[in-house]
Ligand binder design. Structure first.
Ligand code: NAD
Length: 482
């Protein structure tokens, strides 16, 4: 297939409109073909989108919960109907393998029933009888939410903010990632077909300037998933405005500890999935591997290097591939540059991460020995795993915690007391035993301390930041004493 999947720009107040800002395009990092062309929303269009979202909030915010649920349930069905074009849009924009992009769409569909359950459990209406009558707990929406997502899950992650926000009664203005703009119009299409009233969800396309215009508009909340850098910038922007709810989900520099006793082959598989799935473009990917000093650790390094060397790499439509390209040729060059910096600081490439050619995003999986290197506590959003060695499990935990992030972590080990020790001390919001660090459950909260977020975890806990609680004491009817 050639040519852009669509050329729709912005969806505002239930209407498709051409952006009046700067033109931009996205090329597929696997083929180099242009897969999206369009224009960013202008400043006036961003302002208009927020205005219509505010007008729509008047009604949507007061719509009965069962009606909101029914619309979102229809949206789930409409997403399912669009599964193939949505998966294709994601794959071609960012190079994600089609099989993974299809799972992303399934996850978007599953998000609706999970969010309905979470909303009623965590933010529903509750009543408690008392001696004077009863206590009523209800939850109220904030208003207009600005939604930003990262390029690596351009459908699932914004959807993970939008669905709970709408369920709670908020309205949204969603700025799609400029690195993966194609799936967002299909989501709007699904909302429209589901009968969501105009103005409840609005889409604007564009990059940083458009994003800057959105946060500067009259919004009540910012629901953001993306990099630490952008997040900090937004956090500073909203300093002194506690009335604006900020849910910031950021990156990680995630550790995976593999410790004796365990099976080397099984541990290798967990490390491969953790570090290299989606070409390392998952916030929960393991970036740092911590192994015991000695023969067992050496065996694990050899085994991972051998497996990583033979990982199949291919374009999005290659069913046999394990890794697709990075999102762009630029991202691939940055990954190589990050590795070069580590090597210049004393690291040794066991298996170098290499860019296949300068014009595409393809890189090979890298494994790098950090024994004699100065650690760099930065997230490298690609398939590069840094190996550290520890003398005992306490040193391994200290190494794992030597990061300002706190998103994900893992332990591979068959000894339960070691797990208990690690679990109690490792600072990570997602901490797994004998499972890859990636592939979080939607039934659980997602987020972590440190530079990984502002303690507003998403996924199952997204209901919490989408509504504010209202506590009422409701007395029995006042008696007349005449
Ligand atoms: P990014 O921060 O560069 O971009 C995210 C969004 O912010 C995009 O829409 C972008 O246009 C916008 N943006 C960026 N800079 C801006 C600026 N100066 N002004 C206004 N808007 C701006 O993130 P990315 O590179 O798209 O995504 C990768 C990052 O996302 C990684 O750090 C990854 O760890 C993180 N991530 C986190 C989670 C999580 O749940 N914690 C999940 C996936 C990805």
């Amino acid at each position: 297939m050639t040519g852009p999947l669509n050329s729709g720009d912005c969806f505002i107040d239930g209407q498709w409109v051409t952006g009046e800002g700067a033109p931009f395009q996205k090329t597929c990092p696997a083929s180099g073909e242009v897969v999206w062309t369009g224009r960013a929303a202008s400043t006036a269009q961003v302002g208009h989108a927020v205005k219509v979202a505010r007008a729509a909030f008047d009604t949507w915010g007061r719509t009965d919960q069962p009606v909101r649920r029914a619309v979102l349930e229809r949206y789930a069905a409409e997403l399912l109907r669009r599964k193939d074009p949505m998966a294709l849009a994601i794959s071609r924009d960012m190079g994600k393998l089609l099989k993974e992009a299809s799972i992303e769409v399934d996850t978007m569909v599953a998000k609706i029933s999970i969010s309905i359950k979470a909303q009623s459990e965590r933010a529903g209406e509750h009543s408690l009888p008392t001696e004077f009558g009863h206590l009523d707990l209800s939850h109220r929406p904030h208003g207009v939410m600005a939604v930003f997502g990262p390029y690596n899950f351009p459908g699932h992650l914004p959807n993970g903010h939008i669905v709970p926000a709408l369920l709670a009664g908020n309205t949204c203005v969603f700025k799609a990632s400029e690195l993966a703009p194609s799936v967002a119009p299909l989501m709007m299409d699904a909302f429209e077909a589901a009968g969501l009233p105009p103005g409840c969800v609005n889409l604007i396309q564009g990059g940083r300037e458009t994003g800057g215009n959105l946060i500067a508009a009259d919004i009540n909340g910012l629901l953001f998933t993306g990099s630490e850098h952008t997040s900090r910038m937004f956090h500073r922007f909203f300093a002194g405005r506690p009335e604006v709810i900020l849910a910031l989900e950021m990156g990680g520099n995630n550790p995976l500890i593999i410790w004796e006793p365990t099976d080397v082959e099984a541990a290798t598989e967990i490390a491969i999935q953790s570090a290299y799935l989606t070409t390392g473009q998952r916030c929960s990917c393991a970036r740092r591997l911590i192994l015991p000093k000695g023969r067992f650790g050496d065996l694990v390094v050899e085994s991972i290097a051998e497996r990583a060397r033979h990982l199949a790499i291919g374009p999005w439509n290659d069913d046999a591939a394990f890794m697709g390209p990075l999102v762009s040729a630029h991202a691939a060059a940055q990954a190589v540059a990050f590795q070069s910096k580590l090597i210049a600081d004393g690291a040794r490439a066991v298996l170098p991460l290499e860019q296949k050619d300068k014009n595409h995003g393809f890189v090979s999986a890298g494994l790098i020995d950090m024994s004699d290197a100065a650690p760099m506590d930065e997230e490298m959003f690609g398939p590069l795993l840094q190996v550290y060695r520890a003398g005992d499990i306490d040193q391994a935990i200290a190494l794992a915690n030597a990061t300002r992030f706190g998103l994900a972590g893992g332990l591979v080990c068959d000894d339960l007391p070691t797990w208990e020790r690690v679990k109690g001390r490792l600072r990570a919001g997602i901490l797994n035993l004998n499972r890859p660090t990636v592939g979080a459950s939607g039934q659980m909260p997602f987020g972590g301390p440190g530079a990984s977020g502002n303690f507003r975890p998403g996924a199952y806990y997204a209901a919490d930041y989408c509504a504010w609680p209202q506590a009422s004491q409701v007395g029995d009817p006042v008696q007349s004493f005449e």
